[in-house]
Design a protein around this ligand. Structure first.
Ligand SMILES: Cc1cc2nc3c(=O)[nH]c(=O)nc-3n(C[C@H](O)[C@H](O)[C@H](O)COP(=O)(O)OP(=O)(O)OC[C@H]3O[C@@H](n4cnc5c(N)ncnc54)[C@H](O)[C@@H]3O)c2cc1C
Length: 384
């Protein structure tokens, strides 16, 4: 599938300018991803998927992002949902005391993904951002299931996904934060609000939720698992985008090299040095992402693994923004024209630090940890 990602990336790159210009969703990219079996990437082989681990996901996300960051970012949401669900192994389920029906539901969601269903994430809200403990979307138990009501924002792929992971707080007990997999259709309304600086083709619109779902839609089958999952296994929520933004950064270096060679600017020492520094910075960030991914596969949720996860997100986000800015400067004003790959990459790269955990939040987490505190508990505001 890594080879397949490398084959698809140039096709995505060829279409990226069009979807960026009008902010349209890259439907053909997603049709090709579906056809090539990517929606089953994180699904175990016993359920018909490719059974990839986090390392393999990170390599694939990097390659897809070299083609189109928006496509890779939306795919990241699907990989996060399926990867996190697949991460609930039978052993972990037993440890957490999850009911048998939850495992049946887990297998059903994963099988559907292997069959071509794709999932989006509807977690963030206006006001609360991605802080799960401050969400205003609520759910309450009704006969046979749950009624979920609220409004989400920044939902990448809204209007295109087959189902949405919706995070909500218990109406009866707001300390309980739960996640539901809600099928597209009645009860979900997309409000087209995404007209943003970067990652324009992600279609990250608002999503209004007023829906009743059957009981098995509750992920894990037990209420209140969302915050536990965020702390025990932060890799999907914190670091999965890291590989995407390193891929965007690498694409910026590649675009600059092409431009500089075509314009004969490579004889200028300042231009050469900018490219040299950028190459080293992207390679270093990539190594950190790989190290985090290697540790996630070996010891998910381990304190040392988590340190690498937060480092990876911080370095990927800041490196992408810094490198893309330096590459634009090396290439000169003609690279600022609409339609030039560097102009788009500069804007896409800017989003990396803003996605949770933001670069500032990552730095704070790492700083608290280095100073001997508890980075999950000692922030000035709740992490999630
Ligand atoms: C391209 C793109 C695609 C996205 N796709 C999705 C998606 O598919 N699904 C989804 O649910 N969301 C998505 N998001 C939203 C994203 O995941 C975040 O939820 C959102 O960006 C956070 O909201 P915010 O930046 O408005 O606010 P905040 O998180 O409130 O951040 C505002 C400021 O407060 C700071 N801050 C935040 N928390 C803390 C803290 N604990 N301690 C100290 N400082 C803090 C931040 O560093 C930042 O400077 C997407 C975002 C982008 C940019």
């Amino acid at each position: 599938m890594l080879d397949e990602a490398r084959r698809l990336a140039p096709r995505f790159a060829a279409r990226a300018a069009d979807s960026d210009r009008d902010g349209s969703f890259p439907e053909r990219d997603f049709a090709e991803l579906r056809e090539a079996g990517f929606f089953g990437l994180m699904v175990p082989a016993r359920l018909g998927g490719a059974g990839a681990g986090f390392t393999e996901y990170a390599e694939i996300a990097y390659e897809l992002a070299r083609g189109n960051g928006s496509t890779a970012l939306v795919f990241n949401m699907h990989a996060s949902v399926t990867g996190a669900i697949a991460g609930v192994t039978d052993e972990l389920a037993e440890l957490l005391g999850l009911p048998a029906e939850a495992l049946e539901a887990r297998d059903g969601f994963l099988k559907a993904a292997a069959g071509g269903a794709w999932y989006a994430v509807a977690m963030s809200e206006r006001g609360a951002g991605s802080r799960l403990s401050e969400l205003s979307t609520t759910y309450r138990r009704v006969d046979g299931g749950y009624r979920i009501t609220g409004a989400k924002t920044f939902c990448s792929g809204a209007g295109h996904a087959d189902a949405y992971l919706v995070a909500a707080r218990g109406a009866a007990d707001p300390a309980q934060v739960s996640q539901f997999l809600v099928p597209a259709g009645e009860g979900l309304r997309v409000e087209p609000t995404w007209d943003a600086l970067g990652m324009r083709a992600t279609g990250s619109h608002d999503l209004h939720v007023d829906v009743t779902v059957p009981a098995p839609a509750l992920l894990g089958g037990v209420e209140g698992l969302a915050l536990v999952a965020a702390q025990l296994a932060p890799h999907w929520m914190v670091a999965s985008y890291a590989a995407v933004y390193v891929g965007v950064a690498r694409a910026a270096v590649e675009a600059a090299v092409e431009h500089v060679n075509a314009r004969g600017l490579g004889r200028l020492p300042a231009v050469r040095a900018r490219i040299g520094r950028a190459d080293a910075a992207v390679s270093a960030a990539h190594l950190v992402v790989r190290e985090a991914a290697r540790r996630v596969d070996r010891a998910p949720g381990d304190p040392e693994t988590n340190r690498w996860v937060w480092r990876a997100k911080l370095l990927a986000g800041t490196t992408a923004a810094d490198v893309a800015a330096a590459m634009l400067e090396a290439a000169g004003t003609s690279a600022m024209r609409r339609g030039h790959p560097l102009e788009r990459l500069y804007r896409d790269a800017r989003a990396g630090s803003l996605q949770p955990a933001t670069s500032d939040v990552c730095a704070d987490w790492l700083g608290v940890d280095a100073l001997g505190g508890d980075p999950d508990a000692d922030g000035v505001a709740p992490r999630w």
